[in-house]
Write a protein that binds this ligand. Sequence first.
Ligand SMILES: *[C@@H]1O[C@H](CO)[C@@H](O)[C@H](O)[C@H]1NC(C)=O
Ligand SMILES: *[C@@H]1O[C@H](CO)[C@@H](O)[C@H](O)[C@H]1NC(C)=O
Ligand SMILES: *[C@@H]1O[C@H](CO)[C@@H](O)[C@H](O)[C@H]1NC(C)=O
Ligand SMILES: *[C@@H]1O[C@H](CO)[C@@H](O)[C@H](O)[C@H]1NC(C)=O
Ligand SMILES: *[C@@H]1O[C@H](CO)[C@@H](O)[C@H](O)[C@H]1NC(C)=O
Length: 422
Amino acid sequence: MATHSSYFIISFLLYYFDVVNSDILCETGFCSTHMTNVGCAPPAANCRINNATHTGIWLPSPTICNCCDYCMPLFGENQNCAVGGPGTGVNIGRCGHGLTCEPSGDGAGFCARLDSKCHRAQDDFDDRYMKGETGVLEERPSCDGKGNYNAVSCIPTQTCFCQSEEGERLFGEVLYMGRRTKESLHCGCSRFHDKLRRIISPGVPLPIVGPRCTTDGSFNPIQCLNNICHCVDTITGEIKNGYGITTIDLREAPIANLSCYNRNLDLFPDQSTGEPTYNYTTPCLDKMNETIHYILQSEKDGFDMDYFTTVSECLPDGTYGRIVRTRNGTKMCVDDRGHQIENYQAEPHTPEYESMDCKCALTSEIMATSAEKPVCCKNGNFRRIQCRRGLCRCVDSDGRQEGPHSASVTSLECYKEDWQNC
Ligand SMILES: *[C@@H]1O[C@H](CO)[C@@H](O)[C@H](O)[C@H]1NC(C)=O
Ligand SMILES: *[C@@H]1O[C@H](CO)[C@@H](O)[C@H](O)[C@H]1NC(C)=O
Ligand SMILES: *[C@@H]1O[C@H](CO)[C@@H](O)[C@H](O)[C@H]1NC(C)=O
Ligand SMILES: *[C@@H]1O[C@H](CO)[C@@H](O)[C@H](O)[C@H]1NC(C)=O
Ligand SMILES: *[C@@H]1O[C@H](CO)[C@@H](O)[C@H](O)[C@H]1NC(C)=O
């Protein structure tokens, strides 16, 4: 209750200031008068130059009514910065993205790179790059302004996939189509699921169903809560009010009636046929719901239930996963609609069955029309050695190059006599 009312007060104050600002003091013409009478200090040139050593960000000026242009300089690595504190004067800039102000005595300081896993990975890459030890298809790790991993990691010529802030691979993969691919991929939904799993889920006994994602890790344009479905922004997941029907009630109409409905993204179109009530669910989510109800009922009846081993989670797109077990016990790799990919499978009681991850099978399916698909093992995993245009390299289970490439497979670190079979 307390937080609720303070939230209300804060919004009220903001509203109040807004009114004062725009309607009474900062009326039309205020700025031109103010500028003739008082004038503006010239903004730092950093924002206009924007080269490797001179950068800055435009901000609303701290002057009354924001009349002037204002540029806050961003200091580069090893440049001076003030640490702050009493008597240190006005701080007119700050260290750039990924940098932090390290004190060097007397309130002075210099901008140093934040120590983080991603920055260490970059340093390692740079180190090897200088020695000529990086691979042709190895990408320099890219970090965000806080030193965390960016949301997307690419294997040039192959695919790009979503990753967490710690650099772990997440759900969501698309075909690599040049450097631009990275900018078009956002992975917001996939990262949301990852956060749910790491931050909220450990504190609650039953799995939480997050928003529905599409195969590229974005938000599915349709999100439902109970019977009400909305069109949302695929990048932010926020409810979108646009043209046409953007909200429906499944008790009256199917999701196919929404203006944002895209048949290609609907993995279960049968749910939009027939009579109401319509559904927007998946076999995996249904199964999970059923299990949860069963557990809750059993608890009510006085049984002790072991949650974590009994409720298996679904992928962020609502499917069971990309590995399915058939009736005779064989496991096979499937796509998002449950169709087997090529002939990738593994028999029980074999090492191939235990280690099966289908990552190569999925990458290879995404690259269906490409002439340079990776070579996969029979169980759909990446073969340790991949070759392209006369150069061979070792790859990890995600298909990422490890170490330098070579024209001769025998000189590779991961070389084994039967390297062609796996
Ligand atoms: C950036 O621009 C400034 C001002 O024009 C110049 O002094 C500086 O040398 C430039 N830095 C680089 C790396 O080009
Ligand atoms: C849903 O769309 C179909 C086909 O356009 C239409 O016939 C039907 O009346 C719509 N249903 C509702 C409840 O709007
Ligand atoms: C929706 O689910 C209910 C319960 O599982 C089922 O009876 C109904 O036929 C489904 N509706 C459609 C259109 O598939
Ligand atoms: C979950 O299952 C219960 C009972 O099995 C059912 O009443 C409920 O509607 C289901 N919820 C969803 C979202 O499917
Ligand atoms: C199990 O079934 C799959 C097809 O569903 C088949 O390809 C495979 O050979 C079968 N395995 C055995 C051991 O019969």
